[in-house]
Ligand binder design. Structure first.
Ligand code: HEM
Length: 172
């Protein structure tokens, strides 16, 4: 594109992370919108959007391993001490991996009623993304703030459906 960057790895790392986060927002928003009767058609694309979030997160991880760490375990272990926010990123990626693996038609059928509670783990992944973003903020909060603005309401509306919330507030 005729543009030069001091560190293309950094740019690719940021772009892949941003796209992964955008797809996380999209899939959670679709879950909500898909409940509206006239918009149910949208549910067909949920798997595709969820898998896109996973693949961008995986790409983000591969870029970290190859372009940042140069596949050096020694480098990674010292980086992990300096950047603990990486751990929460890994939790988000691992969670999304489980959801990607169990998203096939066969697994949905085999898991039956257990599939839905398992796939609510996407909210845990989203929470980890918010923590991952705020934990790495140095001075510029723009990215963390924008993603929180979209993700927080999607998480908050789910609180009343949590088993713990129901146990304490919906005794009748
Ligand atoms: C194995 C998992 C992960 C690792 C090792 C990891 C590592 C990192 C690192 C080292 C950075 C800082 C890059 C820099 O110095 O510019 C970063 C930034 C970022 N990560 Fe991750 N991450 C992981 C998972 C995720 C996931 C799952 C998401 C979102 C779905 C995500 C979203 C982002 C975003 C948006 C940024 C840019 C933040 C900013 O520029 O303010 N990361 N990640």
């Amino acid at each position: 594109m005729g543009r030069y960057f001091p560190d293309p790895g950094k740019l690719l790392m940021n772009l892949s992370g941003i796209w992964a986060s955008v797809f996380v927002i999209a899939v959670l928003a679709m879950t909500l919108v898909g409940k509206i009767k006239s918009l149910r058609l949208i549910n067909r694309y949920r798997r595709f959007i969820g898998l896109s979030a996973f693949f961008y997160a995986l790409l983000h991880f591969v870029i970290y391993l190859v372009l940042f760490a140069g596949l050096s375990w020694r480098w990674i272990s010292s980086d992990l001490i300096e950047k603990p926010y990486i751990y929460v990123g890994v939790i988000a990626l691992l969670t999304m991996s489980i959801l990607a693996i169990t998203s096939t038609k066969g697994t949905v059928r085999r898991l039956g009623k257990k599939w839905k509670p398992l796939h609510r783990l996407m909210y845990l992944a989203a929470l980890c993304v918010i923590i991952h973003l705020w934990w790495q903020v140095k001075s510029d909060i723009t990215i963390a703030a924008w993603f929180t603005l979209f993700l927080a309401p999607l998480l908050i509306v789910k609180i009343p459906t949590l088993p713990l919330y129901k146990k304490f507030f919906k005794k009748n």
